[in-house]
Design a protein around this ligand. Sequence first.
Ligand SMILES: CC(C)(COP(=O)(O)OP(=O)(O)OC[C@H]1O[C@@H](n2cnc3c(N)ncnc32)[C@H](O)[C@@H]1OP(=O)(O)O)[C@@H](O)C(=O)NCCC(=O)NCCS
Length: 219
Amino acid sequence: MIRSRQHRWNPPTLLGKRIQLRPLNDDDFSSWSEVRLRNAEWLLRWEPLRPAYAPDPAVERSAFVNRCRARERETAADQAYPFGIFIDGAFAGEINLNNVARGALQSGTLGYWIDQAQAGHAYMSEAVVVMLDFAFDRLDLHRIEICIVPRNSNSKRVVEKIGLRFEGTAERYLQIAGVWEDHLRYAITSEEWTERADSLLNEWVRDEPINDPSPSPSS
Ligand SMILES: CC(C)(COP(=O)(O)OP(=O)(O)OC[C@H]1O[C@@H](n2cnc3c(N)ncnc32)[C@H](O)[C@@H]1OP(=O)(O)O)[C@@H](O)C(=O)NCCC(=O)NCCS
């Protein structure tokens, strides 16, 4: 069933077992800038090239503030739901639900990155499961997709750890570091989420696993 909802609300803080997700605001500039500048080599080879005329939001506070406002407008328009990732209260990366499409598609794409100093703890698989719960349960989307450059073995591990379905390769799909790169497309639909949600949430999100959420015959 396709439901419609009013989306003009502030996204809540979302929790995994070890991480917190919340939209970035102006006060995050110094920590965001510090992490981005320290990780430039780690990150920029996997991201679209910033146009030469655009100021660098990691360097110019006004550009970061404009980025926050632009992202808030996208959320208000039900186009994107971007979140900062926080570990023990400290900023550590981002996970963004982008390209939200309604109508017959009811879809969105997830993009993500983490501070290299925090890499290797499967924080991103946890963040993806938190976002899947948000996308299917709160936004009523039908399909979430993650697209990965074939040589990005670290990102492939993120989707492998939570068992997303591989759909095939899209040729010259996205511009990454100035090159039209092929991408591996992984997806999950709400039907698959319904089947797998309890097991994924028990593993990655809930402090206390729920063994059998179905009501007992006497209830
Ligand atoms: C892809 C990325 C988000 C993975 O996040 P993560 O939370 O570190 O994920 P994992 O802990 O599951 O690690 C995935 C793999 O990275 C590798 N890895 C772990 N720690 C690492 C480190 N410090 N440096 C380099 N690679 C590391 C390991 O091969 C690991 O696989 P394994 O757990 O089977 O050994 C992260 O590597 C990253 O931000 N990369 C740069 C940006 C990027 O590629 N974004 C995704 C674009 S699609």
